[in-house]
Design a protein around this ligand. Structure first.
Ligand SMILES: *Cc1c(COP(=O)(O)O)cnc(C)c1O
Length: 430
């Protein structure tokens, strides 16, 4: 790929220093750009749909902070809310009024959440929801789906998506076999394998955890009735259904995937958008389950920085800006981008599949949209890597992996979308 003409003087210096500090030069693996075979960039500033690297180059951004940036970067109302909150101190060590305000906003949007608790990351939220499911049911086994990413907790780093898929890792070293053995991995979108697992392990499965739209192995929408089958099967067996809506919550609409598909999970995990770009996670659901959490019940979970006022302030301002009609505009823009990309590929004679759920999108370098992780992983990663480089050279920043979703924001306007399609038209030809 050609990055000719783009100066990297300051970037290269920073990358070199970062590599002496952090494993791979990064604090989260996909930022190293390994799977696109490109030197990593260093991002210093973001505004609306744009980000700027350390050498001052501006890119149209589709990484979207990996999900939170649904309003675009440094939205004025969020910046103001965080600044105002900061003037009153940071973590104070007791309940803060802003926690109640954000909790109310989330509960109002998601009727399945009667009670909730904030954590500092999505990983923590999932870990806590799993512990609660086990505590509530007295069972140990967890069902997850191949390609589903639920944070980097031991038991769920089995056939996971995101960086695990990107790096082609079988899971992770350091996960005890006994822990991995508590996780049953099934193919996504395959109801019969769910039925079979529940027949084999009847009464032993604590919970099924699912990304209701798979978004960490590229975007794969659920086939009709798949989620409903999970709801019915878990209920019949006395297992719990956990929707991991860390990405889809407030992304597919205010009520997340559960509103879109009309399914009521027992527990939901959230993160990303609800913190407006600040560190956050949350888990919540049925009151009878959540009341098993300490100090009311025997399931322990805590956090020094949980409910951090700056995260709460950013989340409140973000959710307040997410008026229902803005999702209509976002859906339109995303649909136009998907069609534009399909046309661009067709005119270059490229066989690709563009999948989309709301403002989550993937360009799969394979001829048909995948229905599960095995099909997604059979995409042509080298072709994606070349496409990524060709787009970067045209000032369009895609996620640096075939298996990470593009995040479209409400600040991506017609100009940015047209520039993206125009760049793709050339990139597909290259
Ligand atoms: C990002 C993500 C997580 C983990 O959240 P972190 O804040 O990165 O710990 C969990 N589940 C899903 C579906 C995610 O996309």
């Amino acid at each position: 790929m050609s990055l000719a003409g783009i100066s990297r003087v300051r970037t290269d210096r920073l990358v070199e220093r970062a590599e002496r500090l952090f494993p791979g030069g990064v604090n989260s693996p996909v930022r190293a750009f390994r799977s696109v075979g490109c030197p990593p960039i260093v991002l210093e500033r973001g505004a609306g749909p744009y980000v700027w690297d350390a050498d001052g180059h501006r890119y149209v951004d589709y990484i979207g902070a990996w999900g939170p940036a649904i309003l675009g970067h440094s939205d004025a109302s969020v910046v103001e809310a965080v600044t105002r909150a900061a003037a009153n101190g940071f973590a104070l060590g007791a309940t803060h009024p802003l926690e109640i305000e954000l909790g109310d906003a989330i509960r109002a949007a998601m009727p399945s959440i009667a009670r909730l608790r904030f954590t500092s990351s999505g990983t923590e939220a999932v870990m806590s929801a799993i512990r609660l499911a086990r505590g509530a049911t007295g069972r140990d086994l967890i069902v997850k789906f191949a390609g589903g990413y639920h944070g980097h907790i031991d038991g769920l780093l089995v056939e996971a998506g995101s960086g695990v898929a990107t790096l082609g890792l079988p899971g992770s070293a350091g996960v005890p076999e006994a822990t991995a053995a508590q996780t049953i991995v099934l193919p996504y979108n395959d109801p019969s394998s769910v039925t079979l697992a529940f027949a084999e392990f009847a009464g032993r499965i604590a919970a099924v955890i699912v990304e209701p739209v798979a978004a960490n192995v590229g975007v794969i929408a659920p086939l009709p009735d798949f989620l409903e089958h999970l709801r019915e099967t878990t209920r019949a067996d006395g297992a719990l259904l956990i929707f991991d809506e860390v990405i889809t919550g407030f992304r597919l609409g205010p009520g997340g995937a559960q509103a879109k598909f009309g399914i009521r999970p027992d527990l939901t995990t959230l993160g990303k958008i609800i913190g407006g770009g600040m560190p956050i996670g949350a888990y919540g659901g049925r009151a009878d389950l959540m009341e098993l959490v300490a100090p009311l019940g025997p399931v322990y979970q805590a956090g020094t920085l949980s409910g951090h006022p700056l995260s709460m302030a950013a989340g409140i301002a973000t959710l307040a800006a997410l008026m229902p009609e803005r999702y209509v505009g976002l859906e339109d823009a995303s649909d136009r981008l998907a069609s534009g990309l399909r046309d661009a590929a067709a005119s270059a004679g490229r066989m690709i599949a563009v999948t989309r759920a709301g403002s989550l999108l993937t360009v799969f370098f394979r001829p048909t949209p995948p229905v599960d992780a095995a099909e997604a992983l059979a995409s042509d990663r080298d072709a994606y890597a070349q496409f990524f480089g060709a787009m970067l050279a045209r000032d369009i920043l895609l996620p640096p992996s075939q298996f990470e979703a593009w995040f479209i924001s409400m600040s991506h306007g017609p100009d940015e979308l047209a520039a993206t399609v125009a760049a793709a038209r050339e990139a597909f030809r290259e």
